[in-house]
Design a protein. Structure first.
Length: 445
């Protein structure tokens, strides 16, 4: 039987990837690499080597991925500057950002990639480099410039100018950046465009990852049943393809079940998330808090916080729970420190949700300190900001805190108004009131 040309084997690999058969995709890419080498086309072989490096690294087989990366480097080391060098540089930029945490190095490499893509007129690589630069600027705290570049790359993706795999990468990374920033308004605005793109490509990794992001937005907006269904579909699409992304899907289910008071199911799926490589905190720590196991909750959260760089967006996702647990343990100094760090992060990155979270944390500390009068403006601000970005559960929990603050200041009528509004919202969402009480204080008692 006559062997397929290398180009056709590469197309076979791409087809396998889009139907979720990653092992077959890798095997076909390995065949394509060998075929290009036999044909004496090392530049094409180098591109395939980069694709293999990406696939292995994304599957957490980093040593194998690095081996393919070195092969690509060797094949291009004596080749005059060309587009293939840009593809290789782009992977180095992503690794510098995501594996090394070296933002300045990553930014320099991404700018070199963008320059090469522009000079060689490759729109796909140019858009990828543009959105990479945006992500890196966001990591440096330069939000306005960074998000403008990400939005521009998204506009190119939405308009159909780019290849499908590049489009998927830009969608997923945009949603991931919004998640880190707690920029839920921007994520919601782009989410429908992402859905229109994802549905025709069901079965591959990108639609599953898009589903996870979309499930988070649905949960935050209060559509818990739809969010859980979306997350379950994502988990089914991603298991055996991208383990950590499947873990994110299970984690989302855990967040929903925690709010509903189904602590056993929440713990089960948080553990599934952990098995797949997704840290189950803060969710599992909050399960322990809801169970009244404060020491266990503290131990889980302290470990997770210590593993994240101080002042980082990664810590910002943990600090609200850190405040809650420290207050439950009567550790006011720790709660103050966590609230202050959250305020500093919100000041640097500036999303509405971060400011709301910081104001609520500060208010909770002030109530615990006996400074309820000072707490009221902070908690009222948190309520207002949560309402602005249409997060009903977060609004309700802030109202619970506000009810407690009003009660402590001798304003029972105001306290009752806030308590009724919070209770009504929580019941409408399907939330469990005793769990909300355990997590957010004694305003319901």
């Amino acid at each position: 039987m006559r062997a397929l040309p290398a180009e056709d084997v590469e197309r076979l690999a791409e087809s396998a990837w889009w139907i979720g058969r990653v092992d077959d995709c890798i095997a076909a890419h390995e065949r394509a690499y060998a075929a290009y080498m036999d044909e004496g086309t090392p530049r094409r072989a180098a591109i395939v080597a980069v694709r293999l490096a990406e696939d292995f690294i994304n599957r957490q087989a980093k040593s194998i991925g690095n081996g393919w990366l070195k092969r690509a480097e060797r094949l291009l080391q004596d080749v005059p500057e060309c587009l293939e060098h840009g593809v290789l540089l782009r992977l180095h930029a992503v690794l510098a950002l995501e594996s090394e945490g070296n933002v300045d190095k990553a930014l320099g490499l991404a700018r070199q990639t963008c320059d090469l893509a522009t000079r060689f007129h490759d729109r796909d690589l140019q858009a990828l480099a543009m959105h990479d630069i945006g992500r890196m600027l966001v990591s440096k705290g330069e939000l306005a410039q960074g998000m403008a570049l990400i939005d521009e790359a998204m506009a190119a993706a939405v308009s159909g100018e780019l290849g499908p795999r590049v489009t998927g990468r830009i969608y997923c990374n945009m949603m991931g950046t919004c998640e880190k920033l707690a920029d839920y308004q921007r994520a919601a605005e782009w989410s429908e465009a992402a859905r229109r793109w994802c549905e025709p490509h069901a079965g591959s990794g990108y639609p599953g990852i898009c589903r996870v992001h979309r499930a988070e937005i649905m949960r935050l907006r209060g559509s818990w049943s739809d969010a859980e269904t979306e997350a379950l579909h994502a988990a089914q699409e991603l298991q055996g393809v991208y383990h950590i992304a499947a873990g994110e899907a299970f984690y989302e289910i855990g967040e929903i079940r925690l709010r509903m008071g189904d602590l056993a199911r929440a713990e089960e799926v948080f553990r599934q998330a952990h098995e797949l490589g997704r840290d189950p905190v803060p969710g599992l720590a909050l399960v322990r808090l809801a169970e009244g196991k404060i020491a266990a909750a503290r131990a889980l959260l302290d470990r997770a916080v210590a593993e994240r760089p101080e002042g980082s967006l990664e810590r910002a996702r943990l600090l609200p729970a850190s405040v809650q647990i420290a207050l439950a343990a009567g550790q006011l100094d720790l709660a103050r420190e966590a609230a202050a760090e959250l305020e500093a992060i919100a000041g640097r990155y500036g999303s509405t949700a971060l400011h709301a979270s910081a104001a609520q944390a500060r208010g909770a500390v002030q109530v615990a300190e006996g400074a309820a009068v000072a707490a009221v403006p902070n908690v009222r601000r948190a309520c207002k900001l949560w309402q602005e970005i249409q997060l009903p559960y977060e609004t309700a929990t802030a109202r619970l805190l506000l009810a407690g603050a009003y009660r402590a200041t001798g304003s029972p009528e105001d306290a009752e108004l806030e308590l009724q509004a919070a209770t009504s919202t929580l019941k409408g969402l399907g939330a469990d009131l005793p769990t909300a009480q355990a997590l957010f204080g004694r305003a319901l008692s």
